[in-house]
Design a protein around this ligand. Structure first.
Ligand code: FAD
Length: 338
């Protein structure tokens, strides 16, 4: 277990922000974690646990210790004819894990194909896409308590999953390092989630009437490639903002004024498409220096090369202000600004 000094984080975040960590360590086992925390107690050093860096915006050098989680391994815990319980270590690449499950014919994660990042971060914001969320197949996770030094198991209930939300973004924020996540996946009995309009349209175009799990993955990967910027080419962290949920009455007033407003029912209220609000407020394709709003997807802020985190954060604030002024709606940031 090595601790490096003044490590550049440029290749450790998908926004491509060039900052340094005062100290940096890559951990491969719970034993490494224990050692690193003992040598750098959080009372004297701020800590940041890092996965794939695809949901983070660095606005300055990090003054403490960055712990890059690299625990590996995929294990079948239980299996019968109908389903499988599979456990993946936190440092596994999320999409490689999804691909592994799809190749084995295990269904449940295929709609979450091609989301960047690692398995260990996936429960933190209950990743979701194309009509599915991580919580739909989640069984449990193991996490290392920073203050107790003990490993604790969290059930789905204990994780308190919500829309891009969990206990790890609230009461338990920064208190645990997730070590592994277990999923209960379907075999023959698995029911595909095909309700999302774009998936249906794509299957129609391709003339596929009885899609398999692998077909769903293939269609979603292709849809994502056509809609989202590749972080290897243009720095970004996916959706910068969450879709705001408003009361039905607020939605009706807005809909009367803006008939094109895109929204979906959500727990008694309406979830508004933040991308639509941002586009309508005139930001789609906006660029100032190297910080910008993606020309095809207004929810995605981008770094065209040399923007720094403060410039991107400042742009996000301008967007929030203008959406608030135009629609009276508050946008909440999804990306972790550090
Ligand atoms: C092009 C693109 C598309 C995206 N599309 C989607 C999408 O469709 N749906 C979606 O939900 N998200 C999406 N995202 C966001 C991102 O991929 C997910 O949030 C992902 O789960 C982040 O994983 P990560 O390993 O990169 O996390 P990081 O960015 O490294 O970390 C995110 C947070 O988790 C914490 N953390 C990381 N690992 C651990 C751990 N082991 N234990 C405790 N805390 C930890 C970090 O401290 C930080 O607070 C997208 C991002 C990009 C760049």
């Amino acid at each position: 277990m090595m601790i490096k000094e003044n490590q550049s984080l440029l290749t450790f975040n998908t926004f491509g922000i060039d900052v340094n960590a005062r100290h940096f360590s890559e951990v491969f086992s719970p034993g490494d974690l224990k050692e690193v925390f003992e040598s750098h107690p959080s009372a004297s050093h701020p800590h940041l646990v890092l996965g794939g860096g695809s949901n983070i915006l660095f606005t300055s050098d990090f003054p403490g210790l960055v712990i890059k989680v690299s625990l590996k391994g995929i294990e079948v815990v239980e299996e019968n004819e109908r389903e499988v319980l599979v456990k993946a270590a936190a440092g596994e690449d999320w999409d490689q894990f999804v691909s592994y499950c799809v190749l084995h014919g295990w269904g449940g994660l295929e709609n979450l194909s091609q989301i960047p990042g690692q398995v260990g971060s996936s429960p933190i914001q209950n990743i979701g896409a194309y009509g599915a969320e991580l919580k739909d197949c989640f069984e449990s996770l193991e996490a290392w308590g920073k203050s107790s030094g003990q490993i604790r198991q969290f059930s789905a209930e204990a994780c308190r999953f919500g829309y891009r939300d969990s206990i790890f973004k609230r009461e338990a924020r920064g208190k645990y390092v997730i070590l592994s996540v277990s999923f209960r996946l379907g075999k023959k009995s698995h029911k595909l989630k095909l309700g999302y309009g774009a998936i249906q349209a794509e299957f129609q175009n391709r003339g596929i009437s009885q899609p398999t799990i692998a077909d769903v993955r293939e269609v979603i990967c292709s849809l994502r490639r056509s809609k989202l910027p590749d972080p290897h080419v243009t720095g970004n962290a996916g959706s910068f903002f969450k879709n705001p949920v408003v009361e039905q009455s607020v939605f009706e007033l807005l809909k009367a004024e803006y008939p094109g407003l895109v929204a979906f029912p959500d727990k008694g209220g309406m979830k508004l498409a933040a991308g639509w609000l941002i586009e309508k407020a005139g930001w789609k394709g906006f660029r100032e220096g190297d910080a910008g709003v993606h020309p095809r997807q207004a929810l995605v802020l981008v770094n065209y090369g040399n923007a720094n985190g403060l410039e991107i954060a400042a742009l996000s604030e301008k967007i929030k202000d203008s959406v608030r002024k135009m629609f009276g709606v508050e946008l909440e940031t999804e990306v972790n600004i550090i």
